[in-house]
Design a protein around this ligand. Structure first.
Ligand code: PEP
Ligand code: MG
Length: 832
């Protein structure tokens, strides 16, 4: 008896031609591992010999005998084309395409059932239009699957693994798009399931977003092959393109005291700071014209074709937006609109729309109903970052409806430079805004991590979000000052306030320009104390961008990413090539390579490591390397080889917790060097376990440098899992307990003439960079976009000032008090 898993059924498909339909059904068989990709040629050749139309709108394409050796496992796939596709010269239209890959005669049972279906018009109609794959499974196999028929059911896929979502902002649209693209590019099926039992097909963006996955959510990933499972779990663990060292989303951002306040404003609107900047202007309400969507049913095939055209036109529009935004602000900003393209083609949404069309509704009404359901689902999610994705989907919905209704969007920019007030803005609205015609905006709703806020930052437009519905009552033309950094809109300011705001604007503008223009200057305090500002990167390909942003070297190369982004261990040669490329690109600037830090949240499934109950406290980092010389030795050899040609190579070991750890690692490396005739390489220890900080005095004489990993040092000192969503706001490296350990480390290093760097997230934090310098740190290794800002912040203070601040910080009761100490210096022209 042959079974028909859900992955071999595609409902609500559209096909432009018979060949297209055959290609789609063949792709299902390929994806499920039934046939090799060339089988489709056999299916097409067979159609040339004999038409496979069975009758009643059903066809059974299958390969020629010559292509039988491309069959790996007998199976059938069903493509439902509710709008029909022309099959033969006789003009017959097919709505059910049953692709057959039969190595023997196991499929005969299904053919027998098909002939029974043929005789039952009502059943044919049902199978040609159903949106429930279980109907097809039941009709063709005689069994109705108990589960796995709805998006929220469990998985029927054989290979499973557990992962913890590491993304600071949870599974938002960009990583979800990356996941869908990965699964599609490799073929096959993947489901993500939560402990609660809800699950989603990884290629369906809406389903994945609706799971509401926040950082640290345990997930079961299931796939139909072990290779696909490994690729997907690796990609999830490495963040699907997100920067995992970024600070986790905070639901209520720390409110900074404003750098500037007016003396005599009429009223102040308080919101959440979303994009920095200060502007003076008049307000204008932005109310997008409501779209008039009526239910005007038409011929279902024509309505489906209109949907197809509208989706294609919206996709083309998004292509233009992507290239415009990419050219102006870089491809990272445009990624939001690539996620929109993904939402546009979301299979579930298209299927639901088609189902409604088949129920007798007009296309615009059907599309709006299908997307409204999903928007409502997203809005219900607890996590504000994920709930903000409802705005993205509304944006996509409006784009498609405009196409269906033939409406051009009113120009948001019309009317000259204003401070725009709106209930919320979609990312598209925001991308259409420009600093030439718009001064900034305030929205009643929204959040600081919404894409609208991200685009505003890219455009350099000050923005305040979540200011409450009161902003919608402010009359057009009200004079106002918008302070994006403070999250405030001041209404009816006095002449003197306007004057003082303009002066402050000038200062801010000069600061920004100065930071960018001075990004190539060496990092130093105002009185010239040198602090090297380096970049954390994972790949040689990122080195040039880091240098262009002003990096003075690479303070942390996380080598585990070479292992995480693939299915097998990179060879010694492959590793050597990567390290060599990076060493060469840096043209003599330091390159600090960290040996493998696998374990904890960084799991590599293909290594077959034993499960650990407390993975952060187990065989992680150097401890694992001691157990696995098959991994450690090739890596050390690759580094030693590169060091023979590049004296800028440094090496450091992660998760050192005892003196013996370091001595043992050094001895192994010394042996490797001796074997290869490689020179001495500066050796460092990462200080990321409290015990290492406490024995820094013993370690210091033996090392060349220390690099403090504040991410781990904070989690181990405060006993707070760095991925724990509820503890995220307390897991702050500015806690005086962590600062004490850093101070101990620096003092020990100083006594032995060694230097200390910081490569954890605190180095790029505006308070962290200053306090760490005050504590005596000599190198700050940060993510590339933070480099110019960190250098500029350092230049504003003398070392003496920072040392005094650091001393005070050590005596504070908590991280909040530490942060409150480090206020920016009062700028000229400020009134408070
Ligand atoms: C750290 O722990 O601060 C660090 C830099 O290492 P990772 O984030 O890779 O654990
Ligand atoms: Mg670490």
């Amino acid at each position: 008896m042959i079974d028909l898993p859900q992955g071999l059924i595609r409902l609500g498909a559209q096909a432009g031609s018979k060949a297209d339909a055959i290609a789609q059904v063949a792709a299902l068989l390929v994806q499920n591992g039934n046939v090799a990709p060339g089988y489709v040629d056999g299916m097409l050749a067979r159609e040339g010999q004999a038409n496979t139309y069975l009758g009643s709108g059903i066809a059974i394409p299958h390969g020629t005998p010559e292509t039988r050796d491309l069959i790996r496992q007998t199976g059938i796939a069903v493509l439902q084309v509710p709008g029909g596709v022309r099959w033969g010269v006789g003009g017959e239209r097919v709505r059910l395409v049953v692709g057959i890959a039969a190595a023997s005669d196991e499929h005969l049972d299904i053919l027998r059932r098909l002939t029974r279906v043929l005789a039952d018009d009502a059943l044919v109609e049902k199978l040609s239009t159903t949106t429930d794959p279980a109907d097809v499974q039941e009709a063709l196999t005689g069994e109705r699957p108990a589960a796995a028929t709805t998006p929220t059911s469990g998985s029927d896929l054989p290979y499973t693994a557990q992962v913890m979502l590491p993304n600071p902002l949870g599974m938002h649209a960009r990583p979800a798009t990356g996941l869908a693209t990965l699964v599609r590019s490799r073929g096959g099926r993947v489901r993500l399931s939560r402990e609660s039992g809800e699950s989603a097909d990884a290629t369906r963006l809406m389903e994945v977003l609706s799971l509401g996955l926040t950082r640290g959510t345990p997930l079961t990933v299931s796939a139909d092959s072990p290779e696909l499972l490994a690729a997907v779990t690796d990609a999830i663990r490495s963040g699907l393109g997100d920067d995992l060292s970024a600070a986790p989303a905070s639901t209520a951002p720390v409110r900074r005291e404003p750098d500037w306040v007016p003396d005599g404003a009429g009223a102040t609107v308080d919101g959440v700071a979303a994009a920095d900047g200060l502007v003076v202007g008049v307000t204008r309400q932005h109310a997008p014209r409501p779209l008039d969507v009526r239910d005007e049913p038409g011929d279902p095939a024509q309505e489906a074709a209109r949907l197809d055209n509208a989706l294609a036109a919206a996709n083309a529009e998004l292509d233009t937006v992507i290239s415009d935004v990419g050219a102006k602000f870089g491809s990272h900003k445009a990624a939001i609109f690539r996620a929109h393209q993904e939402l546009l083609t979301d299979e579930g949404t298209v299927q639901d729309t088609v189902a409604r069309i088949l129920d007798g509704h007009g296309v615009a009404w059907a599309y709006r109903a299908a997307t409204d359901d999903r928007i409502a689902q997203l809005q219900k999610l607890d996590d504000p970052t994920l709930a903000a994705r409802a705005v993205d989907l509304s944006d996509v919905q409006r784009r498609v409806l405009r196409q269906l209704l033939g409406i051009r969007e009113a120009d948001v920019q019309a009317g000259g430079p204003v401070i725009l007030l709106a209930p919320d803005l979609t990312p598209s609205d925001t991308a259409r805004l420009g600093p030439d015609t718009l001064l900034g905006f305030v929205t009643a709703q929204g959040g600081p991590t919404s894409h609208t806020a991200i685009i505003a930052r890219g455009l350099g437009l000050p923005a305040v979000v979540a200011a409450g519905n009161g902003v919608l009552d402010i009359p057009d033309g009200t004079p106002a000052i918008l302070d994006g950094s403070a999250g405030r809109l001041y209404l009816n300011p006095s002449e003197a306030d306007v004057q003082s705001a303009r002066e402050r604007q000038g200062v801010l503008e000069r600061e920004r320009e100065a930071a960018r223009a001075a990004r190539f200057e060496p990092g130093a305090t105002r009185d010239g104390a040198r602090v090297e500002v380096a970049a954390n990167i994972n790949r040689a390909a990122d080195a040039l961008a880091a240098l262009e942003a002003g990096a003075e070297g690479v303070g942390l190369m996380r080598t585990e990413f070479l292992f995480l982004e693939r299915d097998s261990v990179p060879t010694e040669d492959e590793q050597e090539r990567e390290y060599r490329a990076m060493a060469a690109a840096l043209e003599g600037r330091p390159l600090i390579i960290r040996t493998l830090d696998i374990g904890g949240d960084k799991e590599v499934p293909y290594l077959g490591l034993a499960h650990e109950d407390n993975s952060f406290l187990g065989l992680r980092g150097i401890r694992l390397c001691f157990e696995r010389p098959d991994l450690f030795l090739p890596q050390l050899r690759a580094v030693a080889r590169v060091a023979k040609d590049y004296p800028n190579v440094h090496l450091m070991f992660p998760m050192i917790s005892t003196l013996e750890d370091f001595r043992r690692a050094r001895a192994i490396f010394d042996e490797v060097r001796a074997e290869l005739g490689a020179p001495r390489v500066p050796l460092g220890v990462m200080i990321e376990v409290p015990s290492a900080a406490l024995i820094a005095e013993q370690l210091a004489p033996e090392v060349d440098f220390f690099s403090i990993g504040t991410n781990d040092l904070t989690q181990y000192t405060l006993a707070m899992d760095r991925l724990h969503p509820q503890l995220a706001r307390q897991t702050d490296a500015m806690h005086p307990a962590v600062l004490q350990l850093i101070a101990l480390t620096v003092q020990a290093a100083d006594r032995h003439g060694k230097w200390v760097g910081v490569c954890g997230g605190a180095a790029g934090d505006d308070v962290g960079a200053l306090l760490l310098t005050g504590l005596g740190v000599k190198e700050l290794s940060v993510s590339t976009p933070q480099i110019a800002g960190v250098k500029a912040a350092l230049r504003q203070r003398t070392l003496g000032e920072l040392q005094a601040l650091a001393r005070e910080a050590l005596a504070q009761p908590n991280a909040e008090a530490v942060r409150a100490l480090v206020r920016p210096p009062q700028p000229e022209g400020a009134t408070a």
